[in-house]
Each structure stands twice: as structure tokens, then as C-alpha cells.
Design a protein around this ligand. Structure first.
Ligand SMILES: C[S@@+](CC[C@H](N)C(=O)[O-])C[C@H]1O[C@@H](n2cnc3c(N)ncnc32)[C@H](O)[C@@H]1O
Length: 260
């Protein structure tokens, strides 16, 4: 179940290939971080699972980070605590060890979602937050027109929101997260109003879905988008997005309250 890649990556994505530019392209977005921070409430101790390079980790609370990939652990900035090498499905902590738990852009990579979230629930006294994408809403993004294969990969990987809600148990609330136009966290939809940015291979690589499709699909995407940008076709269809301050796409924050 916990098959690992060479650098320890535990999920379906291999971060020894993807990971080296991740932190550059995936800076936590301040507006999204503020939402996460609000939902963490007054928690003083926070567990971050699938922590990667530390995006969205609060800096004013005691954070314990769990991250199986060595490449991702190496990208954690010096001001954050070193991450523990472990997986969600088997957390090396006693019951009720933390005030709150968080897992951002990671549950779709876990080998056992229910077990991972049950583990987070077990070791956390208060809220458990999951930030993820709703697989039923991915085609709101214009990428569906240019690279439907990438959207299809994502739709297969992201667990249904209802499955996450069920696994989190009591007092669950799910929020649609508005994505800001200048979103600094380069997940796919972050580029909804800045199509040129997705022509950069590094920006695509920082989204693991691209690593699951044939490189020819990336090349076809770049050619087609480049052509439509040059001819004005993209702007005729989607140009309003260049100035739309927020995009409501597939991004969701699911907060499961303390049990009972
Ligand atoms: C897309 S990154 C997200 C990192 C960070 N949370 C963020 O928001 O930028 C997904 C992370 O989940 C980690 N991961 C994959 N499978 C995991 C598992 N079973 N348990 C814990 N982390 C896992 C990967 O190594 C990777 O660092």
C-alpha cells in the first residue's frame, strides 16, 4: 500500500521528477491562506499532512509537518520546521496529539483516503481541514477545451467531495474557494486569466496531472494555445477572464469539526 518512489514519494506522483521547481511555482496564495487560517480557529498546535514545501502552514502556531517525499522536504524554507518522513495512512502520533489538522492539495495522491483521514481524525482534537478540487467541477476551466486529457486525469484522481465529507465525520462544512486573478499558487486554475503563463513547461510540471499524460499532449496544448493567443481566438472566447477578479472553479475547503 505504501509503495514509495526513489525519493520516498508515497502517492501516485513522483516528486523526484516533478518536485524540483514546485516551491517556485507553487507559492501559497495569501487570500487562500487567510481562509485556511480562519478555519484553523484558535488551534495552537497544527498537524500538516502531505505538507510538501510548507504552503499554507501557519507561522504563528506550532506546526508538525508530515511529508514522505525527500525532494519536497528539501524544498521547505528554512523558517519552517523540518518535516517528518511518514504517510497519512500511518501517522506516528498518539491519539488527540494536535489541536487541528490540515491537508492541502494532497488527498488525491493518498493510497487510502479513508484510512488517511481516519488517522488525521484520530490524532487531532479539533478541526481537520482538507483543501482539494471537486472532480465534478474541473471542466469549468478553459483548459478542458485545450487539454481534456489533463482534466480527465484530474477527474479520476480527485476523490469525490462527498467521500471526504463522510470520512471527516461530524460537523462538516464545504466552502468553494474563490481563486484570485493573480493567485500565487500555480495549480492549474490559478492561471484562469493568465493563459500565457501555462505555456511555461515549469508551470505545467508543478501540476502533477501533466506528468500522467503523454508529452505529446503538452506539445499539442502549447501549439494550440499559442496559436489562439496569437490570432486572438483565446481572447474572443475567454478574454473577460483577464480582468475577472476571482474565478470559482473546482477548489474546495472542507472542514470537519471535532467529533461529538
Ligand atoms: C501537490 S503536493 C502539496 C503540498 C502542499 N500541501 C501544498 O499545498 O503545496 C502533494 C504532497 O502530498 C504528498 N503525499 C503523497 N502521498 C502521500 C501520503 N500517502 N501521505 C502523506 N503525503 C503524501 C506528496 O509527497 C506531496 O508533497
Amino acid at each position: 500500500m505504501d509503495a514509495r518512489h526513489a525519493d520516498g514519494s508515497a502517492g501516485d506522483a513522483n516528486y523526484s521528477v516533478i518536485g524540483s521547481g514546485y516551491a517556485h511555482y507553487r507559492q501559497p496564495d495569501p487570500q487562500i491562506a487567510a481562509l485556511v487560517n480562519d478555519l484553523l480557529g484558535d488551534a495552537q498546535t497544527v498537524l500538516n499532512v502531505g505538507a510538501g514545501a510548507g504552503s499554507y502552514e501557519p507561522t504563528d502556531r506550532a506546526v508538525t509537518a508530515v511529508e514522505p517525499s525527500a525532494s519536497m522536504r528539501a524544498q521547505r524554507p528554512a523558517h519552517l520546521a523540518a518535516a517528518i518522513d511518514a504517510v497519512a495512512e500511518r501517522l506516528p502520533f498518539a491519539d488527540d496529539s494536535f489541536d487541528a489538522g490540515m491537508a492541502t492539495f494532497t488527498v488525491h495522491q493518498w493510497s487510502d483516503l479513508r484510512r488517511g483521514l481516519a488517522e488525521m481524525r484520530r490524532v487531532t482534537r479539533g478541526p481537520v481541514l482538507v483543501m482539494t478540487c471537486d472532480p465534478d467541477e474541473l471542466d469549468r476551466f478553459w483548459l478542458a477545451h485545450y487539454a481534456p486529457e489533463v482534466i480527465a486525469v484530474e477527474a479520476r484522481r480527485y476523490p469525490p467531495i462527498a467521500a471526504i465529507e463522510r470520512a471527516l465525520g461530524a460537523n462538516v462544512q464545504t466552502l468553494a474557494v474563490p481563486i484570485p486573478l493573480r493567485c500565487t499558487d500555480g495549480f492549474g486554475e490559478a492561471y484562469y486569466g493568465r493563459p500565457e503563463a501555462l505555456l511555461d513547461p515549469g508551470a505545467r510540471l508543478a501540476n502533477s496531472a501533466w506528468s500522467f499524460v503523454d508529452p505529446a499532449i503538452g506539445e499539442r496544448f502549447v501549439a494550440a494555445l499559442g496559436r489562439d493567443l496569437a490570432s486572438g481566438d483565446w481572447d474572443r472566447r475567454y478574454g473577460h477572464l483577464r480582468v475577472q477578479p476571482y474565478f470559482e472553479g473546482s477548489l474546495r475547503l472542507i472542514a470537519g469539526g471535532p467529533p461529538g
